[in-house]
Design a protein around this ligand. Structure first.
Ligand SMILES: CC(C)(COP(=O)(O)OP(=O)(O)OC[C@H]1O[C@@H](n2cnc3c(N)ncnc32)[C@H](O)[C@@H]1OP(=O)(O)O)[C@@H](O)C(=O)NCCC(=O)NCCS
Length: 150
């Protein structure tokens, strides 16, 4: 498996199918997707098929609105046929590496509750209370402090 930077548009089919099947592909763009410092990561299987995605954006969390070090992780998804094989781990490791390479800082996300164990695996900790996201399900914010380095 290879993980690399991909264009924002390349994330849309997996993002729509795995994360937002109730929406059309043109509705699953995130604000900031096309910002210059946003980074979209893709994992490719040995056939060159895109099987995992995740996106990073410069955005502070609501509980630390003045944190200019913060990166928001969004749109983590692994193809249904490829779960449990290390695809998500490879994407999240690359995301943490990107934050470290950019000087470190706060990495945060709004995690779907069924995925909390996945993020915990990489050291992210829950912040605050759970809430219900309409059409999607229960969420909780999570964060990790990433040291600078590579
Ligand atoms: C969450 C998701 C991205 C994980 O991707 P994945 O490719 O299946 O994850 P990996 O195989 O790389 O798992 C890495 C480790 O996390 C663990 N893990 C994976 N999903 C987990 C979960 N939901 N709960 C607890 N642990 C989990 C794995 O067991 C593995 O542990 P190991 O290294 O000890 O074997 C994937 O399940 C997915 O796309 N889910 C649906 C969409 C979703 O909920 N995305 C997150 C939105 S916040």
């Amino acid at each position: 498996m290879v993980v690399g930077t991909i264009a924002a548009d390349a994330t849309l089919p997996l993002r729509q199918r795995v994360l937002r099947p109730h929406q059309r592909m043109d509705e699953v763009r995130f604000p900031g997707d096309d910002d210059a410092d946003s980074r979209h990561l893709g994992a490719f299987d040995t056939d060159g098929r895109l099987v995992g995605i995740g996106s990073l954006m410069r955005q502070p969390p609501p509980w630390a609105a003045d944190d200019s070090s913060a990166w928001r992780l969004r749109g983590m998804a692994t193809d249904e046929t490829m779960r449990g094989k290390g695809v998500g781990a490879a994407v999240l490791t690359a995301a943490i590496g990107h934050v470290a390479g950019a000087g470190g800082g706060r990495l945060w996300c709004n995690a779907r509750v069924p995925a909390v164990g996945f993020y915990r695996h990489f050291g992210l900790c829950p912040v605050g209370e759970e809430w219900e996201e309409p059409d999607i399900g229960p969420h909780i914010a999570m964060e990790l402090w990433v040291q600078a380095g590579r």
